[in-house]
Design a protein around this ligand. Structure first.
Ligand SMILES: Nc1ncnc2c1ncn2[C@@H]1O[C@H](COP(=O)(O)OP(=O)(O)OP(=O)(O)O)[C@@H](O)[C@H]1O
Ligand SMILES: [Mg+2]
Length: 345
């Protein structure tokens, strides 16, 4: 559940002076289906999962086109068409090194309402995935809290990605954690994990301050943060950019069985693994984290080893990083067989 929007991905010229101020500049512009939650939903469906998606778009041609795209991917949609607000558009400015910045405007997805959360979408659900963006605005937050209640009633696992370190810091990590209490699976990047772990464990902050002179690399830091996060979440996937990812789980009978390989090591009743990233040339990082989430959750639910799920997640993220857009070119990727449907049953 979360946002469904259009991304307009803009490749910025190498030098800003190459933009002809006051007149036209020709550069690569790619309109692509987007929205953090919708990206994850699309990839989950591509991987073979049965996906139900809750969102809000405008009652306009763009909203209709995005809905048709989801339907074509066999995603069951529970999407309200808002007559007052238009469908969201996000402008992503991609620099020559692949780094991207987003320009976001208020639109229909800012107004997702509790009444948009259809009970039907939860019946028989194994897992409910909520985008963290939902929690940062009043109306979507009420909708998200209602979705959490329905997920618990239906005994579904709950997975959340905080989505934005900037908005999380503004909103308050402690407040966020209070709201998502009872979440089973946390999927976060290093910056988001740092904010949450520090809010959970003031001691960790102390240790962190004591070692601030020593440059902690991403993997060392992730190990430290993991200890604090596993006090609250049963499974944690930390996305570490070019350093890959780290995943861990508490041994817990309510979670899918996991035959862990020797590469994963046990510590205090916890299984943990670091999986390095693929060595690739990054073209556009839009949506790589969303794709990572989809593959990780899909393979985990299929009963894969935690480590295997993470390898698949890194692989899918790498495919997205090699191309413009969060989900564009997926047809070609499937045709070429570079992304396969789940082989685990
Ligand atoms: N430079 C890179 N080289 C190789 N793989 C990368 C690179 N950057 C990211 N990845 C892969 O993508 C995954 C997700 O990226 P990242 O850690 O940036 O998460 P994120 O911040 O949630 O992403 P997003 O910006 O989409 O929200 C990483 O775990 C890694 O597998
Ligand atoms: Mg992210």
């Amino acid at each position: 559940m979360g946002d469904l929007v259009l991304d307009v991905i803009t490749r910025l010229p190498a030098k800003i002076i190459e933009i002809h101020r006051g007149t036209d500049t020709v550069t690569a512009l790619s309109p692509c289906p987007g929205g953090a939650a919708a990206n994850t939903a699309r990839w989950l469906a591509r991987l073979g999962a049965d996906v139900h998606f809750i969102s809000r778009v405008g009652k306009d041609a763009l909203g209709q086109a995005l809905l048709s795209d989801l339907a074509a991917q066999k995603i069951k949609t529970y999407v309200t068409q808002d007559a007052k607000h238009s469908t969201g558009t996000i402008v992503a400015l991609v620099e020559p090194d692949g780094e991207r910045s987003m320009l976001i405007g208020p639109a229909a997805h800012f107004f997702l309402d509790k009444t948009d959360v259809s009970l039907k979408a939860f019946v028989g659900a194994k897992l409910v995935y909520l985008s963290g963006y939902l929690f940062f605005r009043d109306r979507p937050r009420r909708a998200a809290l209602h979705a959490l209640e329905l997920a618990r009633k239906n005994k579904a696992l709950i997975a959340i990605d905080p989505a934005s370190a900037g908005l999380l810091a503004q909103f308050g990590a402690k407040r966020f954690l209070r709201l998502i209490l009872g979440t089973d699976i946390l999927l976060a990047n290093l910056e988001e994990a740092r904010l949450l772990a520090q809010a959970l464990s003031p001691k960790l902050r102390l240790r962190h301050h004591q070692t601030h002179r020593k440059i902690l690399n991403a993997v060392d830091e992730a190990s430290q943060l993991m200890e604090a996060l596993l006090e609250t979440f049963s499974i944690v996937g930390l996305k570490l950019g070019s350093a890959g990812c780290m995943c861990a789980m508490k041994i817990n009978k309510t979670l899918p069985e996991s035959n862990l390989s020797p590469a994963v090591f046990a510590r205090k009743g916890v299984w943990r693994a670091h999986i390095p990233a693929k060595k690739i040339r990054v073209v556009d990082s839009t949506g790589c984290g969303d794709a990572w989430n989809a593959a990780f959750l899909h393979y985990l639910l299929k009963g894969a080893h935690l480590e295997q799920a993470a390898v698949e997640a890194n692989d899918l993220a790498a495919q997205v990083l090699r191309h413009t857009g969060a989900v564009s070119l997926w047809e070609q990727l499937f045709v070429k067989g570079r992304v396969r449907r789940s082989s685990i049953s």
